[in-house]
Design a protein around this ligand. Structure first.
Ligand SMILES: *Cc1c(COP(=O)(O)O)cnc(C)c1O
Length: 360
């Protein structure tokens, strides 16, 4: 008989899940949160899409690490092709690091909230303990507290520029963390937004720090969040370890074809043009917001989003939402009460947001 599931047997099924999964709150992506908008400024996406083509047949399995994608990304990043791994978004590389380096119930992962939510969600999924060290009030690393809490830590995530605050983490502080963790832990710098401030990228540090890993993505400045394609840059030894735990076919053939095309010189030039346009719209939006006395602070940003603290964020979020302008509420994160995050859209979208905000 089908569909005979009464509530008792459903409870039983739920109880079959691993205990940490029963307790897990999944990552609430902007997509899952929904909304009924026509101006989407909640997921740090680029507002328009590049056009790319599929050139390969689909009857064969893909290469595990498509050579054109790896070679072109390595050339773009200025590293050797043995230092690059491609995966289903940077989110998958966050997971791969946990799977390769952290023993559940034994090793810990350290990161510094307020920051990107997937570090904790991925760690909890695998049953790996999170050691959080809250960032200081200026959102820089609390080095003393990090040093005091390194016991058992195998992996450190540093998001730079940080999501959702938009700031860069001090270069010297990251170096200090790399020194503290030498021979003990992997330090992963999440550079999802680095194209918006490329002069701050840390790839040249790989020579000096064999335990350094850099995470990248095509989702932000390359405007390809829907493609699901990200990169890990590290020593060939670390890349080899990650290749042991990655799925046999992490990228679909169309994804590999399109990623390879996006990484041609023309695609990179388009990405650089996007960065300029985001910066221009960002500075316009920041100026507009700063003129309003309901705004407490617009935090400086090196990215395609800004974090704004309002006197009272709730009516702003709701008022924009009701008018179809969807932004991201960050007020539940530690230290971010009354803070909302706004992705930089097209000029017209920024204007629309300001128009609705002024009318609230
Ligand atoms: C968007 C984002 C990612 C995930 O990138 P995908 O490649 O889309 O999985 C990783 N880290 C940070 C900080 C992000 O904002």
């Amino acid at each position: 008989m089908q569909n005979s599931g009464n509530s008792e047997s459903l409870t039983l099924i739920k109880n079959l899940a691993r205990e940490n999964i029963q307790k897990l709150t999944p990552y609430m992506s902007a997509r899952r949160l929904g909304g009924n908008g026509d101006v989407w400024l909640n997921a740090n996406e680029y507002p328009t899409s590049p056009t790319l083509t599929v050139v390969s047949d689909l009857n064969r399995y893909p290469e595990c690490q498509p050579k054109a994608v790896i070679d072109r990304y390595a050339a773009y990043a200025g590293v050797s092709n043995t230092q690059v791994l491609v995966s289903r978004g940077a989110d998958e590389s966050i997971e791969l690091l946990l799977r390769a380096f952290c023993e559940p119930g034994k090793d810990k992962v350290l990161f510094c909230p307020p920051t990107y939510g997937m570090y904790s969600v991925s760690a909890e999924t695998f049953g790996i303990e999170c050691q959080t060290v809250t960032a200081k009030t200026d959102w820089q690393l609390d080095l003393t507290s990090i040093e005091a809490n390194l016991e058992g830590v195998k992996l450190v995530y540093i998001c730079c520029p940080n999501n959702p605050t938009g700031n860069l983490v001090n270069t010297e502080d990251i170096k200090t963390v790399l020194e503290m963790t030498k021979g003990k832990a992997i330090v992963a710098i999440d550079e999802a937004y680095i194209e918006f401030c490329i002069e701050h990228n840390k790839t040249s540090w790989l020579k000096s720090y064999p335990h350094l890993v850099i995470l990248r993505t095509l989702s932000k400045a390359f405007a390809l969040a829907g493609l699901r394609c990200g990169f890990t840059i590290a020593s060939p030894e670390i890349i080899e370890l990650l290749l042991k735990v990655i799925a046999p076919y992490p990228l679909a053939v169309p994804v590999a074809d399109m990623a390879a095309e996006a990484l041609l010189p023309e695609g990179i030039a388009q990405m650089q043009a996007r960065v300029l346009s985001v910066r221009e719209n960002r500075s316009w939006l920041v100026d507009q917001l700063k003129q309003d006395d309901r705004v407490v602070e617009v935090y400086p940003s090196e990215t395609n989003y800004i974090l704004v603290r309002f006197k009272d964020a709730k009516p702003v979020f709701k008022g924009l939402w009701d008018a179809g302008v969807i932004i991201r509420d960050q007020s539940k994160q530690i230290g971010l009460d009354n803070c909302l995050r706004i992705t930089i859209g097209t000029k017209a979208e920024c204007e629309r947001l300001i128009e609705v905000f002024k009318g609230l």
